[in-house]
Design a protein around this ligand. Structure first.
Ligand SMILES: C[S@@+](CC[C@H](N)C(=O)[O-])C[C@H]1O[C@@H](n2cnc3c(N)ncnc32)[C@H](O)[C@@H]1O
Length: 431
Protein backbone atom coordinates (compact mmCIF):
# COMPACT_ATOMS: atom_id res chain seq x y z
CA UNK A 1 0.00 0.00 0.00
CA UNK A 2 1.38 3.40 -0.95
CA UNK A 3 2.56 5.69 1.84
CA UNK A 4 0.32 8.67 2.46
CA UNK A 5 2.82 10.82 4.32
CA UNK A 6 6.17 12.49 3.85
CA UNK A 7 9.15 12.58 6.18
CA UNK A 8 11.17 15.68 7.01
CA UNK A 9 13.86 14.44 4.63
CA UNK A 10 11.32 13.99 1.78
CA UNK A 11 10.12 17.57 2.23
CA UNK A 12 13.61 19.03 2.54
CA UNK A 13 14.60 17.27 -0.68
CA UNK A 14 11.39 18.20 -2.53
CA UNK A 15 11.63 21.87 -1.66
CA UNK A 16 15.42 22.11 -1.75
CA UNK A 17 15.60 23.43 1.81
CA UNK A 18 17.36 22.17 4.92
CA UNK A 19 15.87 19.72 7.43
CA UNK A 20 16.19 22.48 10.04
CA UNK A 21 13.93 24.75 8.00
CA UNK A 22 11.30 22.01 7.68
CA UNK A 23 11.49 21.39 11.44
CA UNK A 24 11.04 25.10 12.02
CA UNK A 25 7.83 25.09 9.92
CA UNK A 26 6.58 22.18 12.02
CA UNK A 27 7.57 23.82 15.31
CA UNK A 28 5.84 27.02 14.34
CA UNK A 29 2.77 25.02 13.33
CA UNK A 30 2.84 26.22 9.77
CA UNK A 31 3.17 22.65 8.63
CA UNK A 32 1.08 20.00 10.32
CA UNK A 33 2.97 16.85 11.30
CA UNK A 34 2.34 13.84 13.49
CA UNK A 35 5.11 12.67 15.81
CA UNK A 36 5.44 8.91 15.82
CA UNK A 37 8.14 7.53 18.08
CA UNK A 38 10.89 10.07 17.42
CA UNK A 39 10.20 11.03 13.85
CA UNK A 40 7.64 13.26 12.17
CA UNK A 41 5.19 12.31 9.45
CA UNK A 42 3.51 14.92 7.32
CA UNK A 43 0.31 13.67 5.63
CA UNK A 44 0.23 14.53 1.90
CA UNK A 45 -2.86 16.64 2.28
CA UNK A 46 -1.21 18.75 5.00
CA UNK A 47 1.79 19.23 2.77
CA UNK A 48 -0.48 20.29 -0.09
CA UNK A 49 -2.28 22.71 2.20
CA UNK A 50 1.04 24.12 3.37
CA UNK A 51 2.05 24.62 -0.27
CA UNK A 52 -1.22 26.29 -1.17
CA UNK A 53 -0.80 28.70 1.75
CA UNK A 54 2.75 29.60 0.82
CA UNK A 55 2.57 31.11 -2.63
CA UNK A 56 6.33 31.29 -3.20
CA UNK A 57 6.91 27.73 -2.18
CA UNK A 58 3.98 26.46 -4.26
CA UNK A 59 5.84 27.55 -7.39
CA UNK A 60 8.36 24.82 -6.69
CA UNK A 61 7.65 21.81 -8.84
CA UNK A 62 6.43 19.15 -6.45
CA UNK A 63 6.65 15.55 -7.44
CA UNK A 64 5.85 13.40 -4.44
CA UNK A 65 4.10 10.06 -4.34
CA UNK A 66 0.36 10.46 -4.00
CA UNK A 67 -1.93 8.02 -2.32
CA UNK A 68 -4.59 6.36 -4.47
CA UNK A 69 -7.29 8.96 -4.01
CA UNK A 70 -9.96 9.39 -6.62
CA UNK A 71 -11.92 12.60 -6.78
CA UNK A 72 -15.53 13.31 -7.75
CA UNK A 73 -15.72 16.16 -10.16
CA UNK A 74 -18.83 18.35 -10.18
CA UNK A 75 -19.64 22.00 -10.61
CA UNK A 76 -19.41 24.19 -7.53
CA UNK A 77 -16.61 22.44 -5.63
CA UNK A 78 -15.08 24.76 -3.06
CA UNK A 79 -11.34 24.68 -2.81
CA UNK A 80 -10.00 22.89 0.26
CA UNK A 81 -7.89 25.88 1.25
CA UNK A 82 -10.96 28.10 1.09
CA UNK A 83 -12.96 25.72 3.28
CA UNK A 84 -10.20 25.68 5.85
CA UNK A 85 -9.23 29.33 5.77
CA UNK A 86 -10.82 31.99 7.95
CA UNK A 87 -13.06 31.54 10.91
CA UNK A 88 -16.75 32.10 11.37
CA UNK A 89 -17.69 35.54 12.67
CA UNK A 90 -20.63 34.23 14.70
CA UNK A 91 -20.90 33.94 18.48
CA UNK A 92 -22.02 31.20 20.80
CA UNK A 93 -24.83 32.59 22.86
CA UNK A 94 -25.27 30.92 26.25
CA UNK A 95 -28.78 29.55 26.63
CA UNK A 96 -28.64 27.21 29.59
CA UNK A 97 -25.36 26.66 31.44
CA UNK A 98 -25.58 23.60 33.68
CA UNK A 99 -21.93 22.95 34.57
CA UNK A 100 -18.52 24.66 34.49
CA UNK A 101 -16.61 22.24 32.22
CA UNK A 102 -15.41 23.37 28.80
CA UNK A 103 -17.05 20.37 27.05
CA UNK A 104 -20.30 18.41 27.35
CA UNK A 105 -22.21 20.92 25.28
CA UNK A 106 -24.93 21.05 22.68
CA UNK A 107 -24.86 23.85 20.13
CA UNK A 108 -27.94 24.72 18.15
CA UNK A 109 -27.17 25.93 14.63
CA UNK A 110 -25.60 25.05 11.29
CA UNK A 111 -22.68 22.75 11.96
CA UNK A 112 -20.56 24.29 9.17
CA UNK A 113 -20.55 27.69 10.83
CA UNK A 114 -20.18 26.18 14.29
CA UNK A 115 -17.22 24.04 13.21
CA UNK A 116 -15.60 27.05 11.56
CA UNK A 117 -16.11 29.01 14.76
CA UNK A 118 -14.77 26.27 17.03
CA UNK A 119 -11.93 25.02 14.85
CA UNK A 120 -9.21 26.88 16.80
CA UNK A 121 -10.41 25.19 20.02
CA UNK A 122 -11.22 21.80 18.53
CA UNK A 123 -8.21 21.35 16.25
CA UNK A 124 -6.79 17.85 16.82
CA UNK A 125 -8.77 17.51 20.07
CA UNK A 126 -11.48 15.07 19.03
CA UNK A 127 -10.76 11.35 19.31
CA UNK A 128 -14.02 10.19 17.78
CA UNK A 129 -16.59 11.62 15.40
CA UNK A 130 -19.80 9.70 14.77
CA UNK A 131 -22.20 11.30 12.31
CA UNK A 132 -25.48 10.23 10.85
CA UNK A 133 -26.23 13.11 8.47
CA UNK A 134 -29.21 13.44 6.15
CA UNK A 135 -28.83 10.98 3.28
CA UNK A 136 -29.60 13.29 0.34
CA UNK A 137 -33.08 11.77 -0.01
CA UNK A 138 -35.04 14.96 -0.70
CA UNK A 139 -37.55 13.94 2.00
CA UNK A 140 -39.02 15.55 5.10
CA UNK A 141 -38.77 13.65 8.38
CA UNK A 142 -41.56 13.96 10.90
CA UNK A 143 -41.51 12.90 14.53
CA UNK A 144 -44.14 10.74 16.22
CA UNK A 145 -46.28 13.84 16.96
CA UNK A 146 -46.41 14.49 13.20
CA UNK A 147 -44.23 17.62 13.49
CA UNK A 148 -41.46 18.25 10.98
CA UNK A 149 -38.14 17.30 12.62
CA UNK A 150 -35.88 18.12 9.67
CA UNK A 151 -35.88 18.40 5.91
CA UNK A 152 -33.35 16.38 3.98
CA UNK A 153 -33.66 18.73 1.05
CA UNK A 154 -30.21 18.78 -0.54
CA UNK A 155 -29.70 16.14 -3.23
CA UNK A 156 -27.05 15.04 -5.73
CA UNK A 157 -23.93 17.20 -5.90
CA UNK A 158 -25.36 19.85 -3.57
CA UNK A 159 -25.62 17.17 -0.93
CA UNK A 160 -22.13 15.84 -1.67
CA UNK A 161 -20.62 19.31 -1.47
CA UNK A 162 -22.52 19.99 1.77
CA UNK A 163 -20.91 16.87 3.25
CA UNK A 164 -17.49 17.46 1.72
CA UNK A 165 -17.15 20.93 3.24
CA UNK A 166 -18.12 19.71 6.68
CA UNK A 167 -15.92 16.62 6.48
CA UNK A 168 -12.86 18.78 5.83
CA UNK A 169 -13.58 20.69 9.03
CA UNK A 170 -14.24 17.51 11.00
CA UNK A 171 -10.95 16.08 9.74
CA UNK A 172 -9.11 19.06 11.21
CA UNK A 173 -10.78 18.42 14.57
CA UNK A 174 -9.58 14.80 14.74
CA UNK A 175 -6.63 14.07 16.98
CA UNK A 176 -3.70 12.13 15.46
CA UNK A 177 -5.25 8.98 17.01
CA UNK A 178 -8.77 9.95 16.09
CA UNK A 179 -11.29 8.33 13.77
CA UNK A 180 -14.63 9.03 12.16
CA UNK A 181 -17.67 6.82 11.56
CA UNK A 182 -20.12 8.14 8.97
CA UNK A 183 -23.52 6.51 8.79
CA UNK A 184 -25.18 6.64 5.36
CA UNK A 185 -27.53 4.68 3.11
CA UNK A 186 -26.52 2.61 0.11
CA UNK A 187 -28.01 4.91 -2.50
CA UNK A 188 -25.61 7.79 -1.89
CA UNK A 189 -23.06 6.02 0.33
CA UNK A 190 -20.73 5.00 -2.47
CA UNK A 191 -20.38 8.60 -3.64
CA UNK A 192 -19.74 9.64 -0.04
CA UNK A 193 -16.99 7.00 0.15
CA UNK A 194 -15.17 8.75 -2.72
CA UNK A 195 -15.57 12.10 -0.95
CA UNK A 196 -14.19 10.57 2.24
CA UNK A 197 -11.24 9.11 0.33
CA UNK A 198 -10.51 12.60 -0.93
CA UNK A 199 -10.81 14.21 2.50
CA UNK A 200 -9.26 11.60 4.78
CA UNK A 201 -7.09 9.74 2.27
CA UNK A 202 -7.74 6.38 0.62
CA UNK A 203 -5.09 4.86 2.86
CA UNK A 204 -6.96 5.95 5.98
CA UNK A 205 -10.09 3.99 5.05
CA UNK A 206 -10.59 1.19 7.57
CA UNK A 207 -13.99 -0.44 7.06
CA UNK A 208 -17.26 -0.20 5.22
CA UNK A 209 -19.53 -1.71 7.85
CA UNK A 210 -22.85 -3.19 6.74
CA UNK A 211 -25.39 -2.45 9.44
CA UNK A 212 -28.55 -4.56 9.51
CA UNK A 213 -31.08 -1.91 10.44
CA UNK A 214 -34.46 -3.66 10.44
CA UNK A 215 -36.25 -6.95 9.94
CA UNK A 216 -36.15 -8.46 6.44
CA UNK A 217 -38.51 -6.67 4.06
CA UNK A 218 -40.92 -8.32 1.67
CA UNK A 219 -41.77 -5.55 -0.72
CA UNK A 220 -43.50 -6.76 -3.87
CA UNK A 221 -41.06 -5.42 -6.39
CA UNK A 222 -38.29 -6.78 -8.57
CA UNK A 223 -35.54 -6.41 -6.00
CA UNK A 224 -33.87 -7.99 -3.00
CA UNK A 225 -35.00 -6.73 0.37
CA UNK A 226 -33.09 -3.70 1.59
CA UNK A 227 -32.48 -4.13 5.28
CA UNK A 228 -29.02 -2.67 5.73
CA UNK A 229 -27.19 0.62 5.51
CA UNK A 230 -23.49 1.40 5.74
CA UNK A 231 -21.02 2.98 8.15
CA UNK A 232 -17.79 4.30 6.65
CA UNK A 233 -14.96 4.13 9.15
CA UNK A 234 -11.77 6.19 8.58
CA UNK A 235 -8.78 7.03 10.76
CA UNK A 236 -6.99 10.35 10.80
CA UNK A 237 -3.82 8.24 10.57
CA UNK A 238 -4.34 4.59 9.71
CA UNK A 239 -2.88 2.17 12.26
CA UNK A 240 -2.38 4.96 14.80
CA UNK A 241 -6.10 5.13 15.60
CA UNK A 242 -7.45 4.20 19.02
CA UNK A 243 -8.96 0.75 18.74
CA UNK A 244 -9.81 -1.29 21.81
CA UNK A 245 -10.66 -4.42 19.81
CA UNK A 246 -13.55 -5.28 22.09
CA UNK A 247 -14.93 -8.73 21.46
CA UNK A 248 -18.43 -10.05 21.11
CA UNK A 249 -19.71 -12.81 23.38
CA UNK A 250 -20.48 -16.13 21.69
CA UNK A 251 -24.15 -16.89 21.10
CA UNK A 252 -25.71 -19.80 23.00
CA UNK A 253 -25.62 -21.91 19.83
CA UNK A 254 -21.95 -21.09 19.24
CA UNK A 255 -21.12 -22.04 22.83
CA UNK A 256 -22.92 -25.37 22.41
CA UNK A 257 -21.09 -26.06 19.16
CA UNK A 258 -17.62 -25.06 20.30
CA UNK A 259 -17.90 -26.49 23.83
CA UNK A 260 -19.92 -29.70 23.44
CA UNK A 261 -19.00 -31.29 26.81
CA UNK A 262 -20.56 -30.44 30.16
CA UNK A 263 -18.73 -30.37 33.49
CA UNK A 264 -21.10 -30.93 36.45
CA UNK A 265 -19.79 -27.85 38.29
CA UNK A 266 -17.83 -25.74 35.85
CA UNK A 267 -20.12 -25.65 32.85
CA UNK A 268 -19.46 -26.25 29.17
CA UNK A 269 -16.00 -27.19 27.94
CA UNK A 270 -14.06 -28.76 25.10
CA UNK A 271 -10.66 -30.45 24.95
CA UNK A 272 -7.64 -29.71 22.77
CA UNK A 273 -4.56 -31.83 22.04
CA UNK A 274 -1.64 -31.30 24.41
CA UNK A 275 0.82 -31.78 21.55
CA UNK A 276 1.60 -29.87 18.36
CA UNK A 277 3.28 -30.69 15.03
CA UNK A 278 7.10 -30.87 14.86
CA UNK A 279 9.55 -32.89 16.88
CA UNK A 280 11.72 -31.29 19.59
CA UNK A 281 15.18 -32.75 19.13
CA UNK A 282 16.71 -32.12 22.48
CA UNK A 283 14.41 -29.94 24.61
CA UNK A 284 12.03 -30.58 27.47
CA UNK A 285 8.90 -30.70 25.25
CA UNK A 286 10.26 -33.76 23.43
CA UNK A 287 10.77 -35.81 26.62
CA UNK A 288 8.35 -38.35 28.16
CA UNK A 289 5.75 -36.95 30.58
CA UNK A 290 3.95 -39.29 33.01
CA UNK A 291 5.48 -42.19 31.06
CA UNK A 292 4.13 -40.95 27.72
CA UNK A 293 6.14 -39.74 24.72
CA UNK A 294 4.56 -37.10 22.46
CA UNK A 295 3.21 -38.88 19.31
CA UNK A 296 5.66 -39.34 16.43
CA UNK A 297 6.48 -36.08 14.60
CA UNK A 298 4.99 -33.96 17.42
CA UNK A 299 6.08 -32.26 20.67
CA UNK A 300 4.32 -31.31 23.92
CA UNK A 301 2.70 -27.88 23.66
CA UNK A 302 3.96 -26.98 27.16
CA UNK A 303 6.99 -27.77 29.31
CA UNK A 304 6.55 -30.87 31.44
CA UNK A 305 6.33 -28.69 34.57
CA UNK A 306 3.37 -26.79 33.07
CA UNK A 307 1.74 -30.08 32.00
CA UNK A 308 2.02 -31.33 35.57
CA UNK A 309 0.53 -28.07 36.92
CA UNK A 310 -2.37 -28.31 34.45
CA UNK A 311 -3.06 -31.87 35.49
CA UNK A 312 -2.91 -30.95 39.18
CA UNK A 313 -5.42 -28.13 38.57
CA UNK A 314 -7.88 -30.52 36.92
CA UNK A 315 -7.31 -29.08 33.45
CA UNK A 316 -6.26 -32.32 31.76
CA UNK A 317 -8.82 -34.92 30.69
CA UNK A 318 -7.54 -38.50 30.32
CA UNK A 319 -9.33 -40.76 27.84
CA UNK A 320 -10.06 -44.42 28.62
CA UNK A 321 -7.02 -45.31 26.52
CA UNK A 322 -4.78 -42.96 28.56
CA UNK A 323 -4.61 -40.08 26.06
CA UNK A 324 -4.38 -36.68 27.81
CA UNK A 325 -6.14 -33.58 26.39
CA UNK A 326 -6.33 -30.03 27.73
CA UNK A 327 -9.67 -28.87 29.11
CA UNK A 328 -10.83 -25.46 27.87
CA UNK A 329 -13.89 -23.97 29.56
CA UNK A 330 -16.46 -21.85 27.70
CA UNK A 331 -16.33 -19.31 30.55
CA UNK A 332 -12.68 -18.52 29.66
CA UNK A 333 -13.46 -17.74 26.01
CA UNK A 334 -12.51 -14.13 25.25
CA UNK A 335 -15.32 -13.64 22.74
CA UNK A 336 -15.09 -13.33 18.98
CA UNK A 337 -13.56 -10.56 16.94
CA UNK A 338 -16.18 -8.22 15.60
CA UNK A 339 -16.57 -8.44 11.82
CA UNK A 340 -17.84 -5.82 9.38
CA UNK A 341 -21.50 -6.88 9.35
CA UNK A 342 -23.38 -5.63 12.42
CA UNK A 343 -26.91 -6.27 13.47
CA UNK A 344 -28.26 -3.33 15.48
CA UNK A 345 -31.86 -2.72 14.51
CA UNK A 346 -33.42 0.70 15.04
CA UNK A 347 -36.70 1.15 16.87
CA UNK A 348 -39.78 2.19 14.89
CA UNK A 349 -40.87 5.84 14.80
CA UNK A 350 -43.61 5.34 17.38
CA UNK A 351 -41.04 4.16 19.96
CA UNK A 352 -38.48 6.96 19.62
CA UNK A 353 -38.34 10.66 20.42
CA UNK A 354 -36.80 11.58 17.06
CA UNK A 355 -37.08 10.18 13.53
CA UNK A 356 -34.07 8.20 12.24
CA UNK A 357 -32.85 7.72 15.82
CA UNK A 358 -29.99 5.23 15.81
CA UNK A 359 -29.54 2.15 17.97
CA UNK A 360 -27.78 3.01 21.24
CA UNK A 361 -26.00 -0.34 21.54
CA UNK A 362 -24.39 0.29 18.16
CA UNK A 363 -23.16 3.67 19.38
CA UNK A 364 -21.86 2.03 22.53
CA UNK A 365 -19.79 -0.42 20.47
CA UNK A 366 -18.32 2.38 18.36
CA UNK A 367 -17.48 4.56 21.35
CA UNK A 368 -15.97 1.70 23.34
CA UNK A 369 -13.78 0.65 20.45
CA UNK A 370 -12.63 4.00 19.12
CA UNK A 371 -12.20 6.22 22.17
CA UNK A 372 -10.81 5.99 25.68
CA UNK A 373 -11.95 7.40 29.03
CA UNK A 374 -12.07 11.19 28.81
CA UNK A 375 -11.75 11.25 25.00
CA UNK A 376 -13.68 14.01 23.29
CA UNK A 377 -16.51 12.55 21.18
CA UNK A 378 -18.31 14.73 18.62
CA UNK A 379 -21.61 14.33 16.76
CA UNK A 380 -22.35 17.29 14.46
CA UNK A 381 -25.71 15.86 13.31
CA UNK A 382 -26.82 14.93 16.81
CA UNK A 383 -30.58 14.41 16.29
CA UNK A 384 -31.88 12.88 19.52
CA UNK A 385 -28.41 13.05 21.10
CA UNK A 386 -27.88 9.27 21.41
CA UNK A 387 -24.14 9.55 20.67
CA UNK A 388 -23.74 12.18 23.36
CA UNK A 389 -25.74 10.22 25.93
CA UNK A 390 -23.77 7.08 25.31
CA UNK A 391 -20.45 8.98 25.37
CA UNK A 392 -21.50 10.47 28.73
CA UNK A 393 -22.41 7.07 30.17
CA UNK A 394 -19.04 5.69 29.08
CA UNK A 395 -17.05 8.47 30.75
CA UNK A 396 -16.15 10.40 27.61
CA UNK A 397 -16.43 14.15 27.06
CA UNK A 398 -18.74 15.18 24.25
CA UNK A 399 -19.94 17.93 21.98
CA UNK A 400 -23.10 17.88 19.88
CA UNK A 401 -24.60 20.14 17.22
CA UNK A 402 -27.88 20.21 15.33
CA UNK A 403 -29.94 22.86 13.56
CA UNK A 404 -33.38 21.40 14.26
CA UNK A 405 -35.51 22.74 17.10
CA UNK A 406 -37.09 19.30 17.41
CA UNK A 407 -33.62 17.86 17.93
CA UNK A 408 -32.95 20.45 20.64
CA UNK A 409 -36.26 19.50 22.33
CA UNK A 410 -35.50 15.78 22.11
CA UNK A 411 -31.97 16.26 23.52
CA UNK A 412 -33.19 18.46 26.38
CA UNK A 413 -35.88 15.98 27.36
CA UNK A 414 -33.61 12.94 27.12
CA UNK A 415 -30.78 14.59 29.09
CA UNK A 416 -33.12 15.88 31.80
CA UNK A 417 -34.58 12.38 32.16
CA UNK A 418 -31.11 10.79 32.31
CA UNK A 419 -29.77 13.47 34.71
CA UNK A 420 -27.08 14.58 32.22
CA UNK A 421 -25.80 18.15 32.71
CA UNK A 422 -25.24 19.93 29.43
CA UNK A 423 -24.34 23.47 28.45
CA UNK A 424 -26.69 24.68 25.71
CA UNK A 425 -25.66 27.37 23.22
CA UNK A 426 -27.18 29.01 20.19
CA UNK A 427 -24.88 29.84 17.34
CA UNK A 428 -25.65 33.35 16.19
CA UNK A 429 -24.10 34.31 12.85
CA UNK A 430 -22.74 37.83 12.40
CA UNK A 431 -21.78 37.47 8.75
C1 LIG B 1 -30.36 11.42 10.45
S1 LIG B 1 -30.61 12.69 11.60
C2 LIG B 1 -29.59 12.23 12.96
C3 LIG B 1 -30.26 11.25 13.88
C4 LIG B 1 -29.39 10.89 15.05
N1 LIG B 1 -28.26 10.10 14.67
C5 LIG B 1 -30.17 10.16 16.12
O1 LIG B 1 -29.80 9.01 16.47
O2 LIG B 1 -31.15 10.69 16.62
C6 LIG B 1 -29.73 14.01 10.87
C7 LIG B 1 -29.71 15.27 11.69
O3 LIG B 1 -28.87 16.22 11.06
C8 LIG B 1 -29.36 17.49 11.34
N2 LIG B 1 -28.79 18.45 10.40
C9 LIG B 1 -28.98 18.51 9.06
N3 LIG B 1 -28.29 19.52 8.53
C10 LIG B 1 -27.60 20.11 9.53
C11 LIG B 1 -26.70 21.21 9.62
N4 LIG B 1 -26.33 21.89 8.55
N5 LIG B 1 -26.21 21.54 10.83
C12 LIG B 1 -26.57 20.84 11.94
N6 LIG B 1 -27.41 19.78 11.92
C13 LIG B 1 -27.93 19.42 10.74
C14 LIG B 1 -30.88 17.32 11.23
O4 LIG B 1 -31.56 18.32 11.92
C15 LIG B 1 -31.05 15.93 11.85
O5 LIG B 1 -31.34 16.04 13.22
Amino acid sequence: MARNFLTIDDIAETLGITRQTVSKYIREKELNAVKINKSYRVPFRDFELFLSRNATISEVKVDFRRSRNCQLDYAGRTDESEILSGYSAGVLQEVDIQHDQPWNQFIFGDNYLILKKLLPDLKEKVDLVYIDPPFGTGQDFINRDNDLAYSDSLVNQEFLEFMRKRLYLMRECLSPRGSIYLHIDKKIGHYVKVIMDEVFGYDNFINDITRIKCNPKNFARNAYGNYSDMILFYARNRDENIFAGIRQPLSEREVEKLFPKKHPKQGRYTTNPLHAPGETVDGDTGKPWKGLNPPKGRHWRYSRKVLTDLDRDGLVEWSDTGNPRKIVFARDHKGKKIQDVWEFKDKGLSYVSYPTQKNHEMLRQIILNSSVANSLVMDCFAGSGGTLQMAHRLGRRWIGMDNSLKSLDAVKKAFAKAGISCNYYNFVGLD
